[in-house]
Design a protein around this ligand. Structure first.
Ligand code: AMP
Ligand code: GLY
Length: 419
């Protein structure tokens, strides 16, 4: 099978790595990719936001399957354009991708499907904003309605800051604060049948102990050793199935991966957000443990045959990933710095360095080219072992001004998380 992956982050690196290990994949392409992906897939240039150009590339390569990584191209109709050429595509249509593209739309679908989520108001004027903030009280949760790469959400006890963020957005969703540990669940679906991957936990804030602003994600681990029994089955029944059924009922079936971000509150699980693509960095740890060949899973979703798929198989043990971010991320990150120690880091047993924002200069040196630069992933028999290896590998990387969280998976290892 010839597979083309669209995107250029660590998530795409993780997807490409798993696909490259799948014997059914005979040719693997990635566009536009990055310096790390170039070592396992053939890179092609494309403007991923140009759906027609992506479809042209897929046709030119004779791809049997296209896997669209990021939300932007999906919302822009990339999967529609590829399918219009008769090529199987993993990822939702532009219409279905609105589950991520508009927080207000997601709330409407959740309400219609009876999916538990935070109570919320959609506001467009300062008066509506003030009324909503007043109705819920602190901590305030203010979300930009549109796509914002994980940075459109402000959670703050400071009323002035909440108001200021709302004023900077055209349309905002203001909602009640949800407490309790967060979970990321990926459900692969073909629009009718859905299959859960193992859940992971992401670390959204930039600093240790959840200090500082939200980011795209600074690290992750899986499995969730502390999760209540039956959590995944419960979420499939109360969240994923009703949502997938509601999307189909509307005539806009959702296929691809439905990424459910949840808080496990004292009143039960509540959806924080839907995304229409794999999460980054959660994908790095989830796929590190998936034993079933990935192309068979993605292709079954793309071709409406998930019902025929054997139950997924998983490796024992755990995986941890730590994101190495550029100086000044998540504000305006510094780019163009040389990255050293990559081979040394990769030589740590069971460690693998996924590239996020990197590119190779003409002289062969790998340079930083984005805010999240690397996602250093390791597996181990236990969460503690995986964590130690991931941090050992991170310690071998040299990138001036870079920073990373030192507490990824730390509380889970210590048994400090409870629902
Ligand atoms: P989102 O982009 O919707 O995932 O929000 C980013 C992050 O903000 C989430 O992962 C949570 O950590 C936090 N967050 C979002 N909504 C809420 C909420 N209603 N209550 C508490 N924290 C939230
Ligand atoms: N890690 C969260 C996200 O991908 O949005």
């Amino acid at each position: 099978m010839k597979v083309l992956v669209i995107g250029s982050g660590a998530r795409e690196h993780a997807l490409c790595r798993s696909l490259s290990l799948d014997p059914a994949v005979t040719s693997l392409y990635c566009a536009p990719g990055n310096a790390g992906i170039a070592e396992i897939a053939e890179l092609r240039q494309v403007d991923a936001m140009n759906a027609g150009a992506v479809a042209d590339l897929a046709a030119e390569l004779g791809a049997d399957l296209v896997v669209v990584g990021p939300e932007g191209p999906l919302v822009a109709g990339c999967a529609d354009a590829v399918r219009a050429r008769g090529i199987a595509c993993f990822g939702p249509s532009g219409t279905a991708a609105r589950l991520e593209g508009s927080k207000a739309f997601a709330k409407e679908v959740m309400a219609a499907a009876g999916v538990p989520t935070a109570r919320s108001y959609v506001c467009t004027t300062p008066d509506e904003v003030d009324a909503a903030l007043d109705a819920f009280g602190p901590p305030y949760v203010v979300k930009d309605d549109g796509l914002a790469a994980g940075k459109g959400v402000v959670v703050t006890g400071d009323l002035a800051e909440a108001r200021e963020h709302a004023a900077s957005c055209e349309r905002v969703v203001i909602e009640e604060f949800l407490d309790g540990p967060e979970v990321s669940l990926f459900a692969i679906t073909d629009g009718t049948t859905s299959v859960a991957l193992q859940p992971a936990q992401d670390f959204k804030r930039v600093g240790d102990d959840d200090a500082g602003p939200n980011t795209g994600g600074m690290g992750a681990y899986s499995p969730l050793t502390w999760a209540p029994d039956g959590l995944v089955d419960d979420l499939m029944a109360t969240v994923v199935k009703p949502t997938v059924d509601e999307m189909r009922r509307r005539g806009t079936p959702f296929s691809g991966v439905l990424f459910v971000g949840l808080a496990l509150t004292s009143r039960g699980p509540r959806v924080i957000e839907f995304n229409c693509r794999f999460g980054d960095p959660e994908t790095q740890v989830v796929l590190a443990r998936l034993q079933t060949p990935l192309a068979s899973v993605l292709n079954a979703s793309a071709t409406g045959r998930l019902g025929d798929l054997e139950p997924l198989r998983w490796r024992d043990g755990a995986a941890v990933t730590v994101v190495v971010a550029a100086a000044n991320y998540p504000a305006t990150p510094r780019t163009g710095d040389p990255i050293g120690g990559l081979a040394d880091a990769a030589s740590v047993p069971d460690a693998y360095v996924m590239h996020a924002g990197t590119r190779r200069a003409e002289d062969g040196v790998v340079l930083s080219s984005g805010g999240r630069v690397l996602s250093v992933t390791a597996t181990g028999d236990t969460l503690a072992a995986a964590r130690d290896r991931a941090y050992e590998a991170v310690s071998r990387i040299r990138l001036a001004g870079s920073h990373h969280r030192t507490d990824i998976a730390a509380r889970a290892v210590k048994g400090e998380i409870s629902v």
